[in-house]
Design a protein around this ligand. Structure first.
Ligand SMILES: *Cc1c(COP(=O)(O)O)cnc(C)c1O
Ligand code: SF4
Length: 349
């Protein structure tokens, strides 16, 4: 056992006690289709004695991933439909995704881009493709924000990240640089001074959107990594995926959102799980999600409330699917409060 490098193969899962020998054939079949990686920090967090450990469920492959349902698709949110040049997704007028890498420090079993990420995925953009992506951004003055995603952009070296932010800093109309990452949680030791300064684009505002799904992921080391980012002047927001068997109850979600706020990470999105192949064991219904969202409203601070989001299959973008607070009845509206009570507005007397 070597705790200083990620677990990447079925045999290593067995050797480290994360999978049973009898499960090996099923896990090997999964490994032929989808990448595996569990960082040392996440491997250490898994409770080997809990068969339904929420951290293990996110990262340890499950033979259920071989079960693909008819509604699932390789490109569930329609990235390819909106990609004008390699590495860019331009779905909304004022912002683009820049996907420079397609590798991650961990491979989430529910990943919405699981057909594109990993060693067999889309790879890293060539220098020429990078040039074309930056030209596209420079030629589109409506692009106010550039969102680095992938893959996980924070796997890049500080030198390569610094090159990207310097090139974005040179484009006047880009004001916001946003990184979507899991690194502060899964490899907190990577968040050092060199990496932090590489994330800052001179004259621009940097946001880091942290992906985490369970409060246990916010370890003391992860919280310290976030503190280094925030103390350096980087604003942080969260994104989580609502996942059956990981965080699909009100107590777990409330603890997660509070952990973010305590860490100075403002809860941003709670995603309904996408229709990625082999992920039906993670999906719950939108009704269940809305009921969970409604239960958060009265229970935890307004600071802790994320927006519940569905990425509409086919590339139509995101839709807010949070609990209905509003119903129109002719001239007036009815709002529901956090206990389910209904109130006309304006009030009838
Ligand atoms: C999710 C997404 C964004 C970012 O959306 P926000 O609502 O600004 O967080 C931008 N472009 C694409 C293509 C996306 O899928
Ligand atoms: S970190 Fe993001 S892109 Fe990478 S495997 Fe997890 S969900 Fe997919």
């Amino acid at each position: 056992m070597n705790a200083s490098r990620p677990i990447r193969t079925p045999a290593e899962l067995v050797d480290t006690g994360l999978a049973a020998t009898r499960d090996l054939p099923g896990i090997e079949a999964v490994a032929e289709r989808y990448a595996i990686a569990i960082s040392p920090a996440m491997a250490a967090l898994i409770d080997r004695h809990d068969p339904s450990d929420p951290i293990a469920r996110q990262f340890v492959p499950d033979p259920a991933e071989l079960n693909v349902t008819p509604d699932e698709r390789a490109d569930p949110i329609g990235d390819l439909a909106h990609s004008p040049v390699e590495g860019i997704v331009h779905r909304y007028p004022d912002r683009v995704l820049l996907k420079a890498v397609h590798v991650c420090p961990v491979y989430c079993r529910f990943c919405f881009r699981r057909e594109m990420v990993g060693p067999q995925g889309l790879g890293t953009l060539s220098p020429e493709a990078m040039d074309r992506a930056f030209s596209y951004i420079a030629d589109h003055p409506e692009v106010w924000e550039v969102i680095l995603t992938g893959g996980d952009p924070l796997v890049l070296s500080p030198r390569r990240l610094g090159e990207i932010t310097a090139r974005l800093a040179a484009i006047d109309h880009v004001k916001i640089v946003r990184f979507h990452t899991r690194v502060p949680v899964v490899e907190p030791e990577r968040i050092d001074e060199a990496l932090i300064s590489a994330l800052k684009a001179s004259g621009k505002t940097t946001y880091v959107a942290l992906h985490a799904n369970h409060s246990r992921e916010l370890t003391p080391e992860a919280r310290a990594a976030c503190a280094r980012l925030v103390d350096a002047g980087i604003a942080m927001i969260s994104q989580s995926v609502l996942l059956k068997g990981v965080n699909d109850d009100a107590d777990t979600l409330a603890a997660l959102m509070r952990a973010f706020v305590e860490t100075r990470v403002k809860p941003y999105y709670l995603h309904h799980p996408d229709l990625a192949p082999g992920t039906s064991h993670f999906r719950l219904s939108i009704e269940e999600g809305r009921a969970l969202m409604a239960s958060l409203r009265g229970r935890i601070s307004g600071l802790c409330q994320p927006t519940y989001i569905l990425d509409i299959p086919g590339g139509y973008g995101k839709a807010v699917i949070g609990p209905d607070a509003l119903r129109a009845d002719g001239g007036s509206i009815t709002v529901s409060d956090f206990k389910g009570g209904e109130h006309a507005y304006p009030p009838s007397e």
